[in-house]
Design a protein around this ligand. Structure first.
Ligand code: SOE
Length: 385
């Protein structure tokens, strides 16, 4: 396989981030099949045409059904809001297209099950967009844990903090509407923390949670599709139907315990996706706002120099480091997406499933749903897929 022809649905934040990855990959990763930017799709004809020109796609269309049916497309990239994932994945599977879907996989666990079943039955390659796994510093944490250098894992402490809706007059964008987003901070940010925990520590078996919606009504704006909104405020208000913040406790199947926090109400935190993991032999900690660094502590260091030390994970032997810049130059958010798309293209080349795939999406969804049930029932809930 020399080339993979992509049809992308969505052209805002994720559409742009994925377009950038398809653009960069032939320059930096020539050993995976070359992604061909075939067709980009969005609801607004003039905006999608602008995106086509700016991001370098060959064609622009306004109906995703046309994209999944095209003969000149091999891979469907779903960079659109969560409420359309299910329908598009089922249609793509029917047309035997490979699928790359943004997180969270679905609005409900039942939909996630149907989506995994559909791609498995179609025999296509499927991937879910949990990009933060692909930061080289996170890959280093993974290899330290997998090789036993942290010993038995006792604690996972993860949090994803943002502050973009603290202003009560911030409009009711799609991420604040349950019917489009599924949930709020939990599904949008907590899903990333859950994936990180599963990747680094293992399966979560039981959860108990607490959620709050601090601002219950927000102004309606003319255009409410992106992270922000534009157009004249109408003077009308609508109900916020998702959580502004969710916290939960978890037990892992391997005996570790976890605390999780996801909020959009933490002033000063723009994109603090962080974790600390403690094991019998040491600890690691990571904060995406300093994504090139991993802090590590090893109990068997000589006593006089014990302490957390900062590893700059930008140079060989760290993951992906030999593909980018000279020593210490560092990577950014967009590189996590480049790396995840490289994993997808390598899987297509090698005839295997990439990781993370829809099974990971389903397992994450099962945790999300268990947290929501636990909040509704005010009780511990077992995670069942
Ligand atoms: C908004 O909260 C958001 O863009 C999420 O939707 C992304 O998944 C996360 O990477 C950054 O924040």
């Amino acid at each position: 396989m020399q080339e993979v022809r992509v049809g992308i649905i969505g052209y805002k934040f994720m559409g742009k981030a994925h377009s950038h990855a398809y653009h960069d990959i032939p320059l930096f990763f020539p050993d995976v099949p070359k992604p061909v930017k075939q067709v980009i799709c969005g609801r607004d004809a003039s905006d999608v045409e602008k995106a086509r020109q700016q991001f370098g796609w060959a064609h622009a269309v306004t109906d995703w059904r046309e994209v999944v049916a095209r003969d000149d497309v091999d891979l469907i990239d779903i960079s659109a809001p969560s409420d359309v994932h299910h329908e598009i994945v089922l249609a793509a599977a029917r047309h035997k297209k490979h699928v790359f879907c943004e997180k969270p996989l679905a609005l409900t666990l039942q939909h996630a099950r149907e989506m995994l079943a559909a791609v498995q039955e179609a025999g296509v390659v499927h991937m879910i967009g949990f990009n933060y796994r692909f930061a080289p510093a996170v890959q280093l944490a993974k290899s330290l844990i997998a090789s036993g250098r942290l010993g038995t894992i006792y604690h996972f402490r993860g949090w994803f903090l943002q502050d973009w809706i603290v202003d009560p007059e911030f409009p009711l964008v799609w991420r604040l509407r349950k019917e489009v987003a599924g949930s709020g901070a939990l599904g949008d940010l907590g899903a990333h923390v859950i994936d990180m925990a599963r990747f680094l520590v293992g399966e979560i078996s039981e959860v108990v949670g607490l959620a709050e919606t601090f601002i219950k009504r927000r102004p309606l704006a003319a255009e409410m599709t992106g992270l922000s909104a534009s157009g004249e405020a109408s003077g009308e208000y609508g109900e916020v139907t998702v959580d502004d913040a969710t916290v939960f406790l978890a037990r892992f199947a391997n005996g570790a315990i976890g605390t999780f926090e996801a909020t959009r109400f933490a002033p000063g935190h723009r994109c603090t996706h962080a974790f600390e993991i403690n094991g019998s032999k040491g600890s690691v900690r990571f904060d995406f706002e300093r994504m090139n660094e991993l802090e590590v502590f090893f109990r068997d260091d000589d006593a006089d120099v014990q302490g957390f030390r900062r590893i700059l994970a930008t140079d060989p032997p760290h993951a992906f480091a030999d593909r980018w810049w000279p020593a210490g130059h560092g990577l950014g958010y967009e590189h996590t997406i480049v790396h995840e798309v490289v994993e997808l293209l390598a899987a297509l080349r090698d005839g295997r499933q990439p990781v993370p795939n829809f099974e990971d999406g389903l397992r994450c969804q099962a945790v999300l749903e268990a947290v929501e049930r636990s909040i509704a029932e005010r009780a511990w809930v077992k995670v069942e897929i």
